[in-house]
Design a protein around this ligand. Structure first.
Ligand SMILES: Cc1cc2nc3c(=O)[nH]c(=O)nc-3n(C[C@H](O)[C@H](O)[C@H](O)COP(=O)(O)OP(=O)(O)OC[C@H]3O[C@@H](n4cnc5c(N)ncnc54)[C@H](O)[C@@H]3O)c2cc1C
Ligand code: FES
Ligand code: FES
Length: 471
């Protein structure tokens, strides 16, 4: 058992005695006084607090931007943390220099976070195009400069061949291997390595916080300044970090992050990949996991509707064994699921695309990036000679749980995907739900937009959508 957290901060190995549930932002600003990392929203939305996290992946160090305001010090154990101060060596980091030369900063409050996000981008993606640059900036709000000079600065560094992040060598990570347990100032942080160990802890410590990426849990911690006296982290559980591939399926361990899911599904299900790119921001996707998205059981979570329409199966595990079920059966009522107190979500399995299958998922939100869904609709059909032989349709934001709409599916089966069949399907979607009205959208708006997505799906598949967009 360790009594401190060992990690690299700006290249220097540290052993820090601090409560593991202290947020990284709080510690950075009040401990080593690295005040370049700013606090804006304190809930993962603005990017002012962005830092880079380095992990060894396949023998190389990979740095990813993350929000320090909703991340805890326990989650730093064994990693390399880089703040804006650590990017500068003898000279400015190329992104810092390009931002300064290009007039990419006015008040400067957002600038450290923007520099961090772009440094992460140009270290990992030396061929970044404008899409990738915009994507990297989706989690960083700038209220006064405007994004054009910021994007231009990024483009300049990309054209010059990117730039690396200063930090420790791969071999040095052996000196900061994560501890199995950290106990400090009355708080305990468990880091099991195997599913068995995780399940034993889950049985023996039912009141402990089960933490994956913390992008849901960390918001409450930061907002309400709560205490987590005992945490069980899933981040190092081998089985939960696995991505399994068979000729027919992909299986994602529950602790696989959305960035990792994105890399695997991009070529298989491009529409799912588009949805994932709109899931929070790079900072959120680099920490947030597929298991956390399902475990939180939010009615407006984006993963479940897409996964349900894809025919995903979820596997739950306890010391008593494993059980699997279709994902749609996991959700029972508002924030109520099949998960028993001694169980964890082990993995989610999705079929590979089949011949004749078409899949689309649509996220309707007030903003394109970094916003929560008002409605999320996912459609998957299998056709033979133009006739629909099977269909799966699921929605988020329309009920207390993410829901499959069997009546709407039935309306399509045995028919061509024409306006008439889709009209019946849309009416079934409208009739299936009595959604809530809230500030994101009225019940009437939600029912109308959900039904209209059926027609959008038809037009996408018929090619009409491309023609409309070209006008
Ligand atoms: C700024 C911001 C933007 C966001 N944008 C989106 C968005 O666009 N779309 C969207 O859907 N969500 C969004 N989220 C919510 C969140 O990022 C996701 O739900 C994410 O997938 C949660 O994963 P996590 O690993 O961070 O979960 P955590 O916060 O670690 O955990 C969430 C819940 O799941 C439980 N849990 C975690 N792992 C397991 C497991 N293996 N077994 C059982 N229970 C488990 C935890 O105990 C907890 O109750 C956003 C959040 C923020 C802060
Ligand atoms: S302070 Fe806004 S994302 Fe952290
Ligand atoms: S420079 Fe002022 S918020 Fe971006």
């Amino acid at each position: 058992m360790a009594n401190s957290i060992r990690f690299f901060l700006n290249g220097q190995k540290l052993d820090v005695a601090v409560r593991p549930d202290t947020t990284v932002l709080e510690w950075l600003r009040s401990g080593p006084r690295l005040t370049g990392t700013k606090e804006g929203c304190a809930e993962g939305d603005c990017g002012a607090c962005s830092v880079l996290l380095g992990d060894v992946v396949n023998g190389e160090i990979r740095y990813q931007a993350a929000n320090s305001c909703i991340m805890t010090m326990g989650q730093m154990d064994g990693r390399a943390l880089v703040t804006v101060e650590g990017l500068k060596g003898e000279t400015l980091h190329p992104i810092q220099a390009a931002m300064a030369e290009n007039g990419s900063s006015q008040c400067g409050f957002c600038t450290p976070g923007i520099v961090i996000s772009l440094a992460g981008l140009v270290a990992n993606n030396v061929a970044a195009d404008d899409h990738a640059i915009h994507d990297a900036l989706a989690g960083n709000l700038c209220r006064c400069t405007g994004y054009r000079p910021i994007v231009e600065a990024a483009r300049k560094v990309v054209e010059e061949g990117g730039a690396s992040i200063p930090g420790p060598a791969v071999a040095a990570f052996a000196e900061v291997q994560p501890a199995d347990e950290i106990a400090a100032f009355g708080a305990m942080f468990h880091q099991p390595r195997t599913l068995d160990d995780l399940l034993r802890l889950r049985r023996d410590r039912p009141d402990a916080v089960l933490l994956a990426g913390g992008t849901d849990l960390g918001v409450a911690l930061a907002d309400f300044h709560g205490d987590w006296d005992e945490v069980i982290s899933t981040a190092h559980v081998r089985e939960l970090r696995d991505i399994g591939e068979t000729p027919t399926h992909l299986a994602f361990g529950a602790a696989v992050t959305w960035e990792e899911v994105l890399a695997r599904v991009a070529s298989l299900y491009p529409s799912f990949a588009t949805l994932i790119r709109r899931f929070g921001s790079t900072q959120i996707r680099s920490m947030g996991t597929v298991g956390g998205n399902i475990g939180t059981a939010s009615p407006i979570g984006d993963g479940p509707p897409a996964l349900i329409a894809l025919g995903a199966e979820i596997e739950l595990a306890s010391l008593g064994g494993k059980r699997a079920m279709p994902l749609e059966d996991f959700f029972l009522d508002y924030r109520k699921t099949e998960l028993k107190p001694d169980e964890v979500i082990a993995s989610v399995r999705i079929p590979r695309p089949a011949a004749g299958q078409d899949f689309r998922v649509y996220k309707i939100s007030k903003r394109y990036d970094q916003d929560i869904s008002t409605v999320c609709g996912a459609f998957s059909v299998m056709r033979e000679d133009g006739i629909v032989i099977s269909a799966r349709i699921a929605f988020g934001g329309m009920a207390a749980i993410p829901k499959r709409v069997r009546e709407a599916e039935a309306a399509l089966i045995g028919r061509r995907l024409d306006e008439e069949a889709v009209g019946v399907c849309a009416a079934a979607i409208r009739d299936a739900f009595s959604p809530l009205s809230d500030w994101r959208g009225s019940a009437q708006y939600r029912r109308m937009v959900a039904a209209n997505l059926a027609e959008r799906f038809r037009r996408d598949l018929s090619g009409e959508m491309v023609e409309v967009m070209a006008l």
